[in-house]
Design a binder for this molecule. Structure first.
Ligand code: TYD
Length: 209
């Protein structure tokens, strides 16, 4: 199933999805857009954020289940993505199950993330932010603050490769079931990327005023 009016941004850490999602949201009248992210602000999401900070560790398989559980509530729960789109909103999400297929395939292999995430519906549009992991990690480190457990060059390189594979699996394939996949050159300037994304979104038939 495809969820119409649901747009997902994906990429390795520091690829710029958070910046761009904010800029895209500003193009919409406030009442027409719902911006969200994974991990979510739910109790499961908060638990995951603490794990990402390195406060404690769980088995990598457990982490896969937790990301999927958080996602399940994000999609189907009260005020979740399906409900928001049914209320006429365009939903913009910073990460979705493609993050699990990429990151968790590095930590615990492809099989479990695939099994846990294949039942989820697809977004109408997926923006994949592609960037050299050395460049994106520099951005992450230059922000200061705490470094999360996955924010290491070796890990980000593997995740970038895994993302490329995942995107290939969904782009124009039977598995993609009609979802539009657009690769963004995330090394371009913030303004250029914002313009590129808006040009893609505004031309979608459902978003025309
Ligand atoms: P991120 O989206 O970069 O948020 P923030 O900028 O607030 O730190 O961080 C979330 C991290 O969680 C990122 O390293 C990717 C990881 N992640 C997974 O490993 N699997 C998932 O399914 C999701 C949604 C995120």
């Amino acid at each position: 199933m495809i969820i119409n009016n649901y747009i997902v941004f994906e990429g390795i850490d520091g690829a710029g999805t958070t910046t761009q999602i904010k800029l895209l949201a500003e193009r919409f009248p406030k009442e027409n857009v719902f911006t969200t992210a994974e991990p979510t602000g739910s109790e499961t999401g908060k638990f995951l954020r603490r794990m990402l900070k390195g406060e404690f560790s769980v088995d990598e398989r457990t982490a896969s289940y937790l990301f999927a559980a958080d996602r399940c509530e994000h999609i189907y729960g009260k005020c979740g993505i399906i409900e928001q789109t049914q209320n006429g909103k365009t939903v913009l999400s910073d990460r979705y199950f493609f993050s699990s297929l990429a990151y968790q395939s590095v930590t615990c292999g492809k099989e479990l993330p695939e099994l846990l995430n294949s039942p989820f519906p697809l977004p109408e549009l997926l923006f994949y932010f592609k960037i050299d992991p050395e460049k994106s990690l520099k951005r992450v480190l230059s922000r200061g603050g705490n470094i999360e457990i996955y924010e290491k060059l070796d890990f980000q390189k593997k995740t970038a490769e895994a993302y490329d594979e995942v995107i290939k699996l969904y782009d124009g394939t039977e598995k993609g079931r009609g979802m539009t996949v657009i690769t963004v050159d995330a090394e371009k300037s913030i303004e250029e990327i914002a313009e590129f994304i808006w040009n893609c979104v505004k031309n979608l038939p459902i978003h025309k005023a």
